[in-house]
Design a protein around this ligand. Sequence first.
Ligand code: X90
Length: 275
Amino acid sequence: MKYKIVSDSSSNVPALDSVPYTAVPLHIMIDQQIYVDNGKVDLEEMNSALSVCATSSTACPAPGDWLDAFEDAETIFCITITSKLSGSYSSAQLAKADYEELHPERHVYVIDSLSTGPEMALVIEKLQELILKGMDGPEILDEIQSYSQKTHLLFCLESLENLAKNGRVSRAAAKLAGILGIRIIGQASDQGELQLLSKCRGEQCTISRAVKYMKEHGYTHGPVRIVHNQNPEAAKQLALRIQNTFGTADIQITSTGALCGYYAEKAGFIIGYEC
Ligand code: X90
């Protein structure tokens, strides 16, 4: 096995067709129960558990989990959720150091996505494409660094409760989102921080606003990936609006995995797009 792509499960990419790939799970703890984000978590069940739990939290992969996923590949592209919000990136770097010490002729490229979810998914798709083209490691890294300048992430959430509980946004911001019918729109900033952009009343406003932000970021008609936590209707409406506004041909809608589902909360959705 020459090349391998390894990502943490926040990408919501369970498998790839043409290049060896592993998603390394993050974990969600809800009261006494541990949910392994392995693509098999029942979101409906997890959402109900969350609605009645006393405590909940998440944990990033340990270096050993990354190491196991590297297997025996010669060149590994390892992509993580933004290092500003999780220890996943540091953990992957520790695994890289161990792996390269053990196998001095092999190389692990650890990429901080400065984002998560569907923006990571786009970068993973691009990595696969570049590997299939037969490019070498440093060339791929170069290309990927410029590609990720063109990708963006927006999110539309009904609640910021879990983000606030885990110290990822302020209590004040979470209170704002707690008002019935108010949705929060935000983005991954260029520095990989969670940035709140505006609040909206109702789904229609949210969808229009998301399209407006895409335009402002210079989106024309590139691929779009939408993930949602039990809100296929909003995801479909947004996809239609994007199609009608920009003529986009390549839009995919899927459910979030457990980690993004936990933080996006029920009805939340996240959009990754290429400008
Ligand atoms: O290490 C861990 O325990 C994981 C912590 C993850 C914290 C944030 C996850 C956010 C997931 C919510 C909307 C997207 C925000 C993007 C900001 C860059 C999804």
